[in-house]
Design a protein around this ligand. Structure first.
Ligand code: ADP
Ligand code: MG
Length: 687
């Protein structure tokens, strides 16, 4: 057995490799680029490119690619080999500085939401030197951002990097006020916990719905679902164990800090959590993790389902986005400190997050909106569509004491004056923390729990970073150049708590009473993706993103178009898959079984079941024709926004209606007549 420490990161062109292979001066220049965003000059880039190529070829690579994250939500790569013709019909292996820094993939087929006219279809990719290059399947992958020739972002990485820059700018202003002279930069950190399902590949191959849409569109509940909760943290089955072992090894080779793995609540559901990393690297790593999960699963005769709701009736999959802010000196700014001074700084950052979440509830909701995630949010298995912040009892009491100028604490009650008094210690132990909260403070970080399992973490972190940057900016504007800093700070924190405490909720988020209470508090409740997306271009949101230079207005409009289109396209595919399966597989099964029952009509059983099935078949056929009609209406809309609303208001209900009759019929039909694997098989076949 090889020692993990020996092969961890072996496929990554990381700092150690660079140190060993680059001339001292070049290494220093690259470090400066990575740490401080300084441009790398072309001469240095040429040296780096050459070292990268030598290293990659030694490791068996023959090609390189600019690896980027277009708006499809998955990663894209176009491979070029290193070969270059040489004298006498031979080749040499080449890779120039220019090829490292910039690429020009023909990108006309990636979604651009109208940003890129077809006559200038070529976007360009630009190296992100803060994320290490790596080798995957014999290809040297260079993480890049993807832009149009006008410089507009066409991907998920560019705005993420810009939003990190926005937090850095504003947080540095705040840190100066608190006298942190040694800090030169601030970065946000993310640890995404990834949920997924594993099903047997043979079962999967016989389900068109899984193949085309990633989720089951039909299927009656088996006798056993997740009610016993015996799967959660249960013993991992040998086949799954073998999968996880290989997955870990592949991730470790790529320098991904895969740390914990366990069974989740639903049968066949699992989770993997890495150790957190700087946000853009965490986003790259999460994309790679999802890709490699799917690849490794195939090798074990399994299929990894990343969809947010592969099965009705059991939990779907999410992705918890653990988020914090750290200084380059290693201080976590959401970690309560020991001195009045550190505490005051912590409280200010905490208040910035609370105010940000309250003022931009809509943006956070939009950042997790997708057709798949609509099945989870508000469905009593995931946080509701209403956003609130969980702080835990102790911290909430402290904030209340500050708000009301009241004494706080056990025996020796003390007045809490920010910047003067030490915060009482509150337990960081998070064992009994609230799992129903969409946005929970967990001791030294926030856990945003509304993300869907399949989506990139970029969008939610772009929003989080930018909204927090905005509040830090407002705070810095108010606090800079003040004579009595401590008094102004105390007032600012007190006022922020007063004005934004409505967003704090420590109770059960799954409770209907909370939804009613949230409405009273004036919190927004955007139930579906089209409802949420309709707020993306609200004036305050455009002002936010443009002022922090995270999105231009044109980029926001393009994203609006892309997100609505992704939603309506997906629902149309689901509806078409349903009609296909109904006509070709499921109605014929029911019909055939009815014929059989009628032909052997020997007892009450045949008569009664045949009659029940005939009734269901008739209703299903009727529902099928309704579905076709509503789908036709959606297809007839040439505006993606109108089409999205037709999908939500008419197509989805018609899909649910059809499914209802067919699932009922499944429960009455003999197993040998049912054309597709059942829920029981899908959920329990992997042993
Ligand atoms: P749980 O399931 O109890 O929420 P996990 O251990 O599964 O906890 O996941 C916690 C995640 O939070 C891990 O990915 C961890 O690395 C991450 N995390 C811890 N500290 C930070 C931080 N400062 N910033 C971002 N993520 C963090
Ligand atoms: Mg976890």
């Amino acid at each position: 057995m090889k020692n993990v420490a020996d092969y961890f990161g072996e496929n990554v062109f990381n700092e150690n490799v660079m140190k060993a292979r680059l001339p001292k001066e070049t290494f220093k220049a690259v470090k400066n680029t990575m740490d401080n965003g300084r441009r790398l000059d072309p001469a240095a880039a040429a040296v780096v490119a050459n070292a990268m190529k030598e290293w990659a070829i030694e490791k068996g690579a023959t090609h390189y690619t600019h690896w980027f994250q277009p708006m499809t939500g998955i990663t894209a790569e176009k491979h070029d080999s290193f070969i270059s013709p040489s004298q006498g019909g031979s080749v040499i292996m080449e890779f120039s500085g220019k090829e490292l820094i910039q690429g020009e993939p023909d990108a006309s087929s990636f979604p651009s939401g109208g940003l890129r006219a077809t006559f200038e279809a070529r976007g360009y990719t630009a190296w992100d030197p803060t994320s290490y290059a790596f080798i995957k399947d014999g290809v040297l992958c260079i993480p890049t951002a993807f832009c149009s020739y006008g410089g507009e972002a066409l991907d998920k990485k560019t705005p993420l990097l810009r939003s990190m820059e926005a937090v850095n700018r504003q947080a540095m202003r705040i840190l100066k006020l608190f006298g942190n002279e040694d800090v030169t930069s601030v970065k946000t950190t993310v640890g995404p916990e990834q949920e997924y399902f594993l099903v047997d590949k043979e079962d999967y191959d016989r389900r068109k719905d899984l193949i085309y849409t990633g989720r089951t569109l039909f299927g009656a509940m088996p006798p056993k679902g997740q009610e016993l909760e015996d799967h959660y943290f249960g013993v991992i089955k040998p086949r799954v164990q073998a999968f996880m072992k290989e997955l870990n090894e592949e991730l470790w080779k790529l320098g991904i800090l895969a740390k914990t793995e366990h069974n989740e609540v639903a049968p066949a559901q699992h989770e993997l959590a890495p150790i957190f990393a700087t946000t853009n690297i965490a986003a790259d790593h999460n994309q790679l993790t999802m890709e490699i999960m799917q690849k490794v699963a195939k090798k074990h005769g399994l299929v990894c389902l990343l969809h947010e709701k592969p099965f009705d009736g059991v939990n779907g999959s999410g992705k918890h986005n653990n988020w914090s802010i750290s200084t380059n000196t290693g201080v976590n700014l959401l970690e309560p400190g020991d001195t009045p001074h550190e505490n005051a700084q912590f409280l200010l950052f905490l208040c910035a997050v609370i105010k940000a979440v309250d003022e931009y509830q809509d943006l956070l909701r939009i950042s997790v909106a997708s057709a798949g995630n609509d099945h989870r949010l508000g469905a009593n298995e995931a946080p509701p569509a209403v956003i609130s912040v969980f702080l835990g009892e102790e911290l909430t009491e402290i904030l209340e004491a500050i708000e009301k100028d009241e004494p706080y604490g056990g025996k020796e009650k003390e007045l809490m004056k920010v910047g003067v008094h030490v915060l009482p210690k509150f337990p960081k132990d998070t064992t009994d923390r609230n799992r129903t909260s969409p946005f929970a403070f967990t001791g030294n970080k926030f856990e945003f729990r509304m993300l869907g399992s399949a989506a990139s973490v970029s969008g939610p972190n772009v929003v989080l970073n930018t909204v927090v940057a905005e509040e830090l900016k407002q705070f810095a504007d108010e606090l800079e150049n003040k004579q009595d800093f401590t008094a102004v700070l105390h007032d600012l924190i007190q006022r922020t708590i007063k004005e934004h405490k409505r967003i704090i909720f420590n109770g059960n988020g799954y409770d209907d009473a909370w939804i009613a209470e949230a409405e009273k508090r004036g919190l927004s409740n955007l139930r579906t993706t089209p409802d949420a997306l309709s707020h993306w271009l609200d004036e305050k949101n455009v002002a936010l993103f443009t002022s922090h230079k995270v999105f231009s207005e044109a980029e926001m409009r393009s994203r609006n178009e892309i997100l609505f289109e992704a939603y309506e396209k997906l629902i149309k595919i689901e509806a078409r898959t349903m009609t296909d399966m109904a006509y070709h597989d499921l109605l014929p099964c029911i019909s055939k079984y009815i014929r059989y029952l009628n032909s052997t009509n020997v007892s009450a059983y045949e008569t009664e079941i045949s009659s029940q099935l005939s009734d269901l078949l008739g209703k299903a056929f009727h529902a099928l024709k309704d579905l076709e009609a509503t789908l036709g209406k959606a297809v007839g809309e040439d505006d993606v926004i109108r089409s999205a609303f037709v999908c939500k208001d008419e197509v989805i209900p018609a899909m649910n209606e059809l499914r209802k009759y067919i699932d009922k019929a499944e429960t009455l039909t003999a197993a040998e007549y049912w054309a597709i694997p059942t829920y029981g098989e899908l959920l329990f076949d992997v042993r």
